[in-house]
Design a protein around this ligand. Structure first.
Ligand code: NAG
Ligand code: NAG
Ligand code: NAG
Ligand code: NAG
Ligand code: NAG
Ligand code: NAG
Ligand code: NAG
Ligand code: NAG
Ligand code: NAG
Ligand code: NAG
Ligand code: NAG
Ligand code: NAG
Length: 409
């Protein structure tokens, strides 16, 4: 191949730089989308925050001329056309650093000048045990609000009930029950909610919580783990007219509940996929209501006081992949047909109960099973694992604990 002659190269360069030049003079400086008032509000928000890290996670935020485009600051997003700030995300993951509390300070009231915010995540900022500011209730376009792990405390201001577009609300893990929820009425107005995480708040006086939850039509996930919930009083089915038709994930673990919880959940039999009632001091037999929960793939009832035997219907719960019944008072033997039908079981915990008899052969035909925890029971008899293993094309059992039983083999 011939090299191009120097003249042609020079001509090309002239042409290119010329065209570049005319291009840049034609368009001028890139237009700044950021609104001046919103930029000032953001700078005020920064003033009330302190950074621990030396590199300064908010170093892109500044008054300098080259930093005028606040739409390009880390943690900020603006509407494409309007240039209004729609996202303020100061969570640790924004800064690609996963240590919590690298920012600390106060939430500036200048936040109310960001009226177009849809997404507000201040999780993992150390907010000094301040209370949740009521002015957040004026950000009427919010769809996502995350104040998890901020050390906020005190009452939740009822003004949060004004956020009727909110789909995700996370006020969880604020220093173990330092947030108080005395009534739940404000939640009732949040009719667009998909996810509500209030885990580790103090709800001991929120008597109306079941009624309110029943009336959130789009709620998919509810986490009230560690919330000291008042007892559930079964209500007339009339109150379910507007109830969630989609509640799939429910976590009420770690605090005492009575068996009436199952009566209530009967109404969500067809939608529940994930149910966590770990450590709720439940003192009842395994409830018949479970039989109808055909979609359930995750059920944790471990660390309760559940009595009686494992019911026959357990074999009909064919969707279940994670079943934890450990640390209860279950007795009797495992139903013979467990696992005979199509089964999806991957994790089974029966340990620390009073179960006896043989582990049925059918059991070893559950080819999906990976973890079997059965220690501290009174199981007896042999162990046909090896024989059956060959029947599974792809045997996946990785962990078996049968310690402290009377099994030989
Ligand atoms: C937060 O507010 C408290 C009390 O008003 C004040 O003492 C503290 O200096 C403020 N912190 C920051 C970082 O502005
Ligand atoms: C803005 O435009 C970009 C690029 O065209 C697009 O990826 C993004 O989804 C848009 N953002 C919004 C909020 O519409
Ligand atoms: C809220 O933030 C925490 C910590 O940054 C995160 O783990 C959690 O998933 C967030 N919640 C939601 C609903 O996105
Ligand atoms: C916001 O909530 C408060 C208290 O719940 C209420 O008095 C006020 O009218 C509400 N404001 C708007 C704009 O809805
Ligand atoms: C929860 O709230 C109740 C009623 O206000 C109070 O008696 C109780 O001490 C609180 N629990 C915790 C752990 O702060
Ligand atoms: C509920 O919240 C607790 C604590 O915040 C967390 O450990 C648990 O995984 C959450 N449950 C679900 C189903 O996400
Ligand atoms: C159901 O919702 C409609 C419309 O929001 C309301 O008028 C009605 O009172 C609600 N019914 C119940 C039982 O809550
Ligand atoms: C839900 O179904 C049960 C039947 O188990 C019923 O007794 C209860 O009152 C129903 N409604 C509510 C709101 O729990
Ligand atoms: C299991 O399901 C089958 C088919 O729906 C039904 O006939 C049978 O009675 C159920 N068994 C139990 C123990 O519930
Ligand atoms: C489980 O298997 C038994 C016996 O083979 C059968 O009668 C029953 O209908 C099956 N249940 C389901 C849910 O497939
Ligand atoms: C479980 O078995 C071990 C070993 O025999 C025993 O020391 C322990 O006390 C048992 N745990 C319970 C809760 O029974
Ligand atoms: C065998 O196991 C592997 C890994 O667990 C999985 O990816 C694969 O789909 C399984 N194959 C069959 C036939 O079950």
């Amino acid at each position: 191949m011939r090299k191009p002659s120097p003249q042609i190269v020079i001509l090309l360069l002239v042409y290119l730089t010329g065209s570049l030049g005319s291009c840049s003079t034609g368009v001028g400086k890139p237009k700044i989308r950021c609104k001046e008032a919103e930029r000032r509000a953001l700078l005020k928000i920064k003033e009330d925050l302190q950074e621990h890290a030396e590199d300064g996670v908010l170093s892109s935020w500044g008054r300098e001329e080259e930093k005028r485009e606040c739409c390009e600051w880390i943690g900020i997003r603006c509407g494409n056309k309007s240039g209004q700030v729609v996202t303020l995300d100061l969570s640790p993951s924004t800064f690609a650093r996963y240590d919590l509390w690298s920012l600390e300070g106060n939430i500036s009231s200048s936040l109310v000048d960001l009226q177009y915010l849809k997404y507000l995540d201040l999780s993992g900022i150390f907010l000094y045990g301040n209370s949740i500011p009521s002015f957040i209730g004026t950000l009427s376009k919010l769809r996502y609000l995350n104040l998890s792990r901020t050390f906020l405390r005190g009452e939740i201001p009822p003004q949060l009930g004004n956020l009727s577009s909110l789909r995700f609300l996370d006020l969880s893990r604020n220093n173990y029950q330092k947030i108080n929820i005395k009534n739940f009425k404000w939640v009732q107005h949040l009719s667009s909610l998909r996810l509500l995480d209030l885990s580790h708040t103090n709800m001991s006086l929120a008597k109306d919580w079941v009624h309110v939850v029943n009336n959130l039509p789009h709620l998919i996930k509810l986490n009230l783990s560690g919330c000291d919930l008042p007892d559930i009083v079964p209500q007339s089915s009339h109150s379910l007219v507007n109830s969630s038709k989609v509640l799939a994930i429910l976590d009420l673990s770690l605090k005492p509940l009575s068996a009436s919880v199952f009566q209530w959940l009967y109404n969500y039999s067809h939608t529940l996929v994930h149910l966590d009632l770990y450590g709720c001091k439940l003192e009842c037999p395994l409830p018949i209501y479970l039989k109808n929960m055909a979609a359930l793939t995750y059920l944790d009832l471990s660390h309760n006081e559940i009595k009686g035997s494992i019911p026959q219907y357990i074999r009909n719960m064919t969707a279940i992949a994670y079943l934890a019944l450990g640390s209860n008072h279950l007795e009797g033997s495992i139903p013979e047909a467990f696992g005979l039908n199509k089964s999806s079981l991957e994790y089974l915990d029966l340990s620390y109960n009073k179960l006896e008899g043989k582990i049925p052969k059918s059991f070893w035909k559950i080819c999906t099973l990976r973890n079997l925890l059965a220690s501290n029971n009174s199981f007896s008899g042999g162990f046909q694992l090896v024989e059956s293993a060959s029947k599974c094309g792809n045997f996946s059992l990785e962990y078996v604990d049968l310690g402290n039983n009377r099994i030989m083999g």
